[in-house]
Each structure stands twice: as structure tokens, then as C-alpha cells.
Design a protein around this ligand. Structure first.
Ligand SMILES: [Zn+2]
Ligand SMILES: [Zn+2]
Length: 170
């Protein structure tokens, strides 16, 4: 959706509430489609003393398997947005300035870019997820498995046996 902000740009003390949902369920990230539910934005564009500002909160749910154990895990994400809007960049380029050519804001593109940079780098079902055993595949959050804690290198097993025998004989 394109939002025409000309009315806001030319009228001091004017404002526009934004409440919008965007479907990003077809966006792939790290091999999965984590944005199964729509992404919401809630905020206001306002003109105060000729400074046009977008203040908003973007909320979405990140739904993907846990990085360690693979169990489906949902996490709510909130992105706070506070940007000055400019129809043209004057002076220094800054990431607090959002360029809106022709005073038109492409809200879909804006939400998309804000969501992409805020996606969690690490996605765990809980901070201390123990993952799954690489040998038997058991989810170690449900308890330990019966696999030996440490694998003895087969090249040393004969030596280990020898040492054990020595211990017995002495
Ligand atoms: Zn996990
Ligand atoms: Zn195991």
C-alpha cells in the first residue's frame, strides 16, 4: 500500500494514524517461512514544526523450528520505529531519515525492510535448550539418553583395556 503524505507534509500540526497488516508468509528465511501470521504496524505520521515523523510499532510472530532441537517455536517480535521523513535527502544521509519520494510512503516495502533486519539471528525454544543427541536423536530437554557421554576413540580402546587390566593386576 502506498500512503500519500502530502497532506501531512504541507500542513503543520497535522497527523495521520497508521494501522495496517501485511502478509509476509511467502518470505523465506534460512530455509523456512517464519512469518505465518500477518505483520502489523501501528503508529502515527505527524508534522510538528515542519518535521514530519513516523512513530510506530511493528509486531510480528516468528514461527520456526528451534535451532537446536527442531521443535516448532513461536516468538513475538516488536520493532519500535521512530523516523524523520524527508521527501528528499538534504545534507547527511542518516538511518533515522526515511526517504519518501513524492511524499509517498510505500508502507509494504518499509515494513518488509524493518522486519528483515529485526529477524532473530538465533531462535531457541528456551535459552538453555539442550538440543538433540547427535547419536540417538533424543530430545535432551526430555532427559538424558543412554548414549555414553564420551566416545572412546577406537584407536585407544585397546590401550584403555590394557590400562584397566593393569589396574586390576596391581
Ligand atoms: Zn530447542
Ligand atoms: Zn543419545
Amino acid at each position: 500500500m502506498i500512503i500519500d503524505l502530502k497532506r501531512i507534509f504541507v500542513n503543520e500540526n497535522s497527523s495521520l494514524d497508521i494501522e495496517y497488516s501485511l502478509d509476509l508468509s511467502s518470505v523465506e528465511f534460512a530455509g523456512v517461512y517464519p512469518l505465518k501470521k500477518s505483520v502489523n504496524i501501528n503508529g502515527t505520521v505527524s508534522n510538528k514544526a515542519s518535521l514530519v515523523r513516523l512513530e510506530a510499532v511493528i509486531t510480528y510472530e516468528y514461527d520456526a523450528p528451534c535451532d537446536r532441537c527442531g521443535i516448532d517455536t513461536q516468538r513475538k517480535q516488536t520493532v519500535k520505529v521512530d523516523k524523520s521523513l524527508a521527501a528528499a535527502i538534504e545534507g547527511e544521509d542518516s538511518d533515522t531519515i526515511l526517504l519518501v519520494p513524492d511524499m509517498k510512503l510505500d508502507i509494504d516495502e518499509f515494513i518488509y525492510s524493518e522486519v528483515i533486519v529485526s529477524l532473530p539471528m538465533k531462535h531457541l525454544c528456551k535459552d538453555d535448550c539442550k538440543g538433540i543427541c547427535p547419536k540417538c536423536g533424543k530430545n535432551l530437554n526430555d532427559g538424558k539418553c543412554d548414549c555414553p557421554e564420551k566416545e572412546i576413540d577406537p584407536r585407544f580402546s585397546a590401550l584403555a583395556e590394557l590400562l584397566n587390566n593393569n589396574e586390576l593386576s596391581t
